[in-house]
Write a protein that binds this ligand. Sequence first.
Ligand code: 8YV
Length: 311
Amino acid sequence: MKHDLLLIGPLHAPTLKYLEENYNTYRYDQAGDKDAFLAAMAPRITAIATQGDYRVGEDILGGLPRAKLLASFGAGYDGIDTEAAARRGVAVTNTPDILSDCVADTVFALILAVVRRVVIYDRYVREGRWESGPAPLTGKVWGEKLGILGLGRIGLEIAERAKGFRMDIAYHNRRPRPDVPYTYYASPVELARNVAILVVMTPGGDDTREIVNRGVIDALGPNGYLINASRGSTVDEAYLIEALRDKRLAGAGLDAYLDSPRVPKELIALDNAVLLPHVGSATKHTRDAMGRVLIENIAAFFANKPLPTPI
Ligand code: 8YV
């Protein structure tokens, strides 16, 4: 007998295929009349599969009173109203850890691309400008001061890679970590003031909204670089654009925006920014592994076993 599973939206294709083959799946995003859909689903749905950026709030959870599992694809879960879930006794799971290495690789791709102007240089060759003279010189990465704002599981992997570049590593968290040798700064501004490259790696949501504000961007200054592979909400995007345009910040490497997948045209016009389409974890290896963790959580739930990765 197949169990019933409600899907909030599409998922990584192989994961979706597996779920469709092994469960009776129902798609919330494809329902025309959401209220009628939830009313029809309410008696049978005990488990929901979603993705961290899909909005799941009181309206959906309230309409599915028998739901006890919300299994989410992705490490971040800022789309989920976790308080509503807790109030209703709905366990939430995510897919942490397995993506840390690929996201850290992406952060280094951004650091190198921005500081060493890889994208600009590529254009320089393609547009035939090299024949008219050598390309302009750039800043450097090795040995520079690297600040990690949000030293969690992904932040630690970024630090591991930074050691290979003999960088001087500092960080800010709400509290210093007792288990790392890196320099701690008590505020994001202090961290920004003391580093050349600042990587934002905090979760999204209200607690970190615009944690990179004017003060932090000004503290990084005209020789500083900002890398954001977390969520667009963590950065004052309008001020970042101004600072990049006026060269009050040397450059930015971004994998997250306020209104993804829409990217402000002012940002697109700037050649001191490298822009990625939210691909931090987007390797086949890692997305497949994330899908497996999602599936393991759903299987454990229906087998009445402990959930592998509750938040
Ligand atoms: C995913 C991410 O792209 O895990 C996260 O928090 O941002 C990325 O790995 C995202 O979850 C959507 O699949």
